[in-house]
Design a protein around this ligand. Structure first.
Ligand code: URA
Length: 211
Protein backbone atom coordinates (compact mmCIF):
# COMPACT_ATOMS: atom_id res chain seq x y z
CA UNK A 1 0.00 0.00 0.00
CA UNK A 2 1.33 3.46 -0.82
CA UNK A 3 1.10 6.27 1.71
CA UNK A 4 -0.69 9.42 0.63
CA UNK A 5 1.75 12.30 0.53
CA UNK A 6 0.30 15.67 -0.48
CA UNK A 7 2.16 17.28 -3.34
CA UNK A 8 1.85 20.24 -5.61
CA UNK A 9 1.40 20.00 -9.36
CA UNK A 10 4.65 20.47 -11.28
CA UNK A 11 4.79 23.68 -13.23
CA UNK A 12 5.12 23.71 -17.00
CA UNK A 13 8.74 24.49 -17.75
CA UNK A 14 8.04 26.19 -21.03
CA UNK A 15 10.83 24.50 -22.93
CA UNK A 16 9.19 21.95 -25.19
CA UNK A 17 7.46 22.86 -28.41
CA UNK A 18 4.24 20.93 -28.82
CA UNK A 19 3.51 20.96 -25.11
CA UNK A 20 0.84 23.52 -24.34
CA UNK A 21 1.10 25.64 -21.22
CA UNK A 22 -1.35 24.47 -18.56
CA UNK A 23 -1.75 21.04 -20.18
CA UNK A 24 -0.17 17.83 -19.00
CA UNK A 25 1.51 16.14 -21.96
CA UNK A 26 1.44 12.39 -22.49
CA UNK A 27 4.61 10.35 -22.87
CA UNK A 28 3.47 9.46 -26.41
CA UNK A 29 3.18 13.14 -27.32
CA UNK A 30 6.68 13.80 -26.00
CA UNK A 31 8.09 10.80 -27.87
CA UNK A 32 6.45 12.04 -31.08
CA UNK A 33 7.91 15.51 -30.52
CA UNK A 34 11.36 13.96 -30.05
CA UNK A 35 10.95 12.18 -33.39
CA UNK A 36 14.12 11.06 -35.15
CA UNK A 37 16.00 13.65 -33.10
CA UNK A 38 18.91 15.53 -34.69
CA UNK A 39 19.10 18.29 -32.06
CA UNK A 40 22.63 17.41 -30.93
CA UNK A 41 25.71 15.57 -32.17
CA UNK A 42 24.90 12.36 -30.31
CA UNK A 43 22.49 11.51 -33.11
CA UNK A 44 25.39 10.72 -35.44
CA UNK A 45 26.63 7.70 -33.47
CA UNK A 46 23.47 6.27 -32.00
CA UNK A 47 21.72 3.09 -33.06
CA UNK A 48 18.52 3.82 -31.13
CA UNK A 49 16.98 6.65 -29.17
CA UNK A 50 16.45 5.43 -25.60
CA UNK A 51 13.38 7.37 -24.55
CA UNK A 52 12.43 5.57 -21.34
CA UNK A 53 10.57 2.50 -20.17
CA UNK A 54 8.18 1.36 -17.50
CA UNK A 55 4.80 2.32 -16.14
CA UNK A 56 3.38 5.55 -17.57
CA UNK A 57 1.45 5.91 -14.30
CA UNK A 58 4.51 5.27 -12.12
CA UNK A 59 4.67 6.94 -8.74
CA UNK A 60 8.43 6.45 -8.68
CA UNK A 61 10.83 7.47 -11.45
CA UNK A 62 14.53 6.70 -11.76
CA UNK A 63 16.62 9.08 -13.85
CA UNK A 64 20.05 7.99 -15.06
CA UNK A 65 22.73 9.64 -17.16
CA UNK A 66 22.54 8.29 -20.67
CA UNK A 67 22.41 5.04 -22.62
CA UNK A 68 25.42 2.75 -22.79
CA UNK A 69 26.21 0.18 -25.45
CA UNK A 70 23.50 -2.35 -24.52
CA UNK A 71 20.85 0.34 -24.14
CA UNK A 72 21.80 1.82 -27.52
CA UNK A 73 21.40 -1.58 -29.17
CA UNK A 74 18.10 -2.43 -27.48
CA UNK A 75 16.59 1.06 -27.23
CA UNK A 76 15.76 0.39 -23.57
CA UNK A 77 17.35 2.12 -20.54
CA UNK A 78 19.45 0.26 -18.00
CA UNK A 79 19.72 -3.19 -19.60
CA UNK A 80 23.50 -3.68 -19.26
CA UNK A 81 25.51 -4.46 -16.10
CA UNK A 82 24.50 -1.18 -14.41
CA UNK A 83 20.93 -1.98 -15.39
CA UNK A 84 21.13 -5.40 -13.77
CA UNK A 85 22.19 -3.73 -10.55
CA UNK A 86 19.43 -1.11 -10.86
CA UNK A 87 16.87 -3.88 -11.39
CA UNK A 88 18.11 -5.53 -8.17
CA UNK A 89 17.96 -2.22 -6.31
CA UNK A 90 14.38 -1.68 -7.49
CA UNK A 91 13.43 -5.22 -6.42
CA UNK A 92 15.09 -4.75 -3.02
CA UNK A 93 12.89 -1.67 -2.59
CA UNK A 94 9.80 -3.81 -3.10
CA UNK A 95 9.04 -2.66 -6.65
CA UNK A 96 9.46 -4.22 -10.07
CA UNK A 97 10.62 -2.46 -13.21
CA UNK A 98 7.02 -2.57 -14.41
CA UNK A 99 5.91 -0.51 -11.40
CA UNK A 100 8.37 2.33 -11.95
CA UNK A 101 9.52 4.44 -14.89
CA UNK A 102 13.17 4.66 -15.93
CA UNK A 103 14.74 7.26 -18.19
CA UNK A 104 17.93 9.22 -18.69
CA UNK A 105 19.16 12.80 -18.97
CA UNK A 106 20.32 12.21 -22.55
CA UNK A 107 18.43 9.84 -24.81
CA UNK A 108 21.31 8.88 -27.13
CA UNK A 109 24.53 7.08 -26.29
CA UNK A 110 27.59 9.29 -25.82
CA UNK A 111 30.40 7.68 -27.87
CA UNK A 112 32.56 5.29 -25.86
CA UNK A 113 30.31 5.96 -22.85
CA UNK A 114 31.91 9.34 -22.25
CA UNK A 115 30.07 11.83 -20.08
CA UNK A 116 27.31 13.79 -21.81
CA UNK A 117 28.46 17.30 -22.71
CA UNK A 118 26.65 20.49 -21.67
CA UNK A 119 25.23 21.19 -25.15
CA UNK A 120 23.93 17.60 -25.36
CA UNK A 121 22.30 17.87 -21.94
CA UNK A 122 20.80 21.23 -22.88
CA UNK A 123 19.30 19.78 -26.08
CA UNK A 124 17.75 16.80 -24.28
CA UNK A 125 16.76 18.36 -20.96
CA UNK A 126 13.38 19.72 -22.14
CA UNK A 127 12.36 16.16 -22.99
CA UNK A 128 13.34 14.86 -19.58
CA UNK A 129 11.50 17.70 -17.84
CA UNK A 130 8.45 17.06 -20.00
CA UNK A 131 8.56 13.33 -19.22
CA UNK A 132 8.47 14.20 -15.53
CA UNK A 133 5.61 16.61 -16.16
CA UNK A 134 3.72 13.82 -17.93
CA UNK A 135 4.44 11.30 -15.20
CA UNK A 136 4.02 13.57 -12.16
CA UNK A 137 5.44 10.89 -9.88
CA UNK A 138 5.42 11.04 -6.11
CA UNK A 139 9.20 10.70 -6.02
CA UNK A 140 12.22 10.77 -8.29
CA UNK A 141 15.50 8.96 -7.66
CA UNK A 142 18.31 10.83 -9.41
CA UNK A 143 21.03 8.31 -10.19
CA UNK A 144 24.38 10.03 -10.16
CA UNK A 145 25.68 13.50 -10.68
CA UNK A 146 24.27 14.20 -14.14
CA UNK A 147 20.69 13.43 -13.16
CA UNK A 148 20.87 15.23 -9.83
CA UNK A 149 22.75 18.28 -11.07
CA UNK A 150 20.66 18.67 -14.21
CA UNK A 151 17.27 18.38 -12.52
CA UNK A 152 18.19 20.47 -9.51
CA UNK A 153 20.35 22.96 -11.42
CA UNK A 154 22.86 22.53 -8.63
CA UNK A 155 26.55 21.83 -9.11
CA UNK A 156 27.08 20.33 -5.64
CA UNK A 157 28.99 17.03 -5.96
CA UNK A 158 26.82 13.91 -5.73
CA UNK A 159 28.88 12.76 -2.74
CA UNK A 160 27.48 15.77 -0.84
CA UNK A 161 23.99 15.80 -2.33
CA UNK A 162 23.14 12.14 -1.91
CA UNK A 163 20.93 10.96 0.89
CA UNK A 164 19.06 14.23 1.44
CA UNK A 165 15.57 14.85 0.09
CA UNK A 166 15.36 17.70 -2.40
CA UNK A 167 12.46 19.13 -4.33
CA UNK A 168 12.01 19.14 -8.09
CA UNK A 169 8.94 21.06 -9.27
CA UNK A 170 6.98 20.04 -6.17
CA UNK A 171 8.16 16.40 -6.42
CA UNK A 172 10.43 14.85 -3.82
CA UNK A 173 13.78 13.94 -5.30
CA UNK A 174 16.40 11.70 -3.74
CA UNK A 175 19.90 12.00 -5.19
CA UNK A 176 21.99 8.86 -4.89
CA UNK A 177 24.94 7.15 -6.52
CA UNK A 178 24.72 5.84 -10.08
CA UNK A 179 24.66 2.01 -10.29
CA UNK A 180 27.70 2.04 -12.62
CA UNK A 181 29.63 3.89 -9.89
CA UNK A 182 28.42 1.34 -7.35
CA UNK A 183 29.73 -1.49 -9.54
CA UNK A 184 33.16 0.12 -9.34
CA UNK A 185 32.88 1.12 -5.66
CA UNK A 186 31.29 -1.74 -3.82
CA UNK A 187 31.80 -0.10 -0.43
CA UNK A 188 29.43 2.74 -1.40
CA UNK A 189 26.50 0.37 -1.90
CA UNK A 190 25.60 0.68 1.77
CA UNK A 191 25.12 4.44 1.41
CA UNK A 192 22.98 4.03 -1.70
CA UNK A 193 20.85 1.48 0.13
CA UNK A 194 20.35 3.98 2.97
CA UNK A 195 19.20 6.54 0.38
CA UNK A 196 16.79 4.07 -1.19
CA UNK A 197 15.42 3.12 2.20
CA UNK A 198 14.35 6.74 2.66
CA UNK A 199 12.44 6.44 -0.61
CA UNK A 200 10.87 3.19 0.58
CA UNK A 201 9.75 4.95 3.75
CA UNK A 202 7.93 7.55 1.66
CA UNK A 203 6.03 4.70 0.00
CA UNK A 204 5.36 2.90 3.29
CA UNK A 205 7.64 0.02 2.39
CA UNK A 206 9.87 -1.85 4.82
CA UNK A 207 13.09 -3.63 3.80
CA UNK A 208 12.27 -7.29 3.31
CA UNK A 209 8.53 -6.70 2.86
CA UNK A 210 6.67 -6.94 -0.41
CA UNK A 211 4.04 -4.35 0.55
N1 URA B 1 23.65 4.18 -17.46
C1 URA B 1 22.71 5.14 -17.52
O1 URA B 1 22.84 6.20 -16.93
N2 URA B 1 21.61 4.90 -18.20
C2 URA B 1 21.38 3.76 -18.83
O2 URA B 1 20.33 3.62 -19.44
C3 URA B 1 22.37 2.77 -18.75
C4 URA B 1 23.50 2.99 -18.07
Amino acid sequence: MLVDVPRTTPRYNGALPGVVEGERPTLDQIRRELGDCRRCKLCTGRKNIVFGSGNPRAELVFVGEGPGENEDIQGVPFVGPAGDLLTKMIAAMGFSRNDVYICNVVKCRPPGNRNPEPDEIAACEPFLRSQLLALQPRAIVALGKFAAQTLLRDTTPITKMRGTWREYEGIQLMPTFHPAYLLRNNAEKRKAWEDLQQVMKLFGKQPGSSA
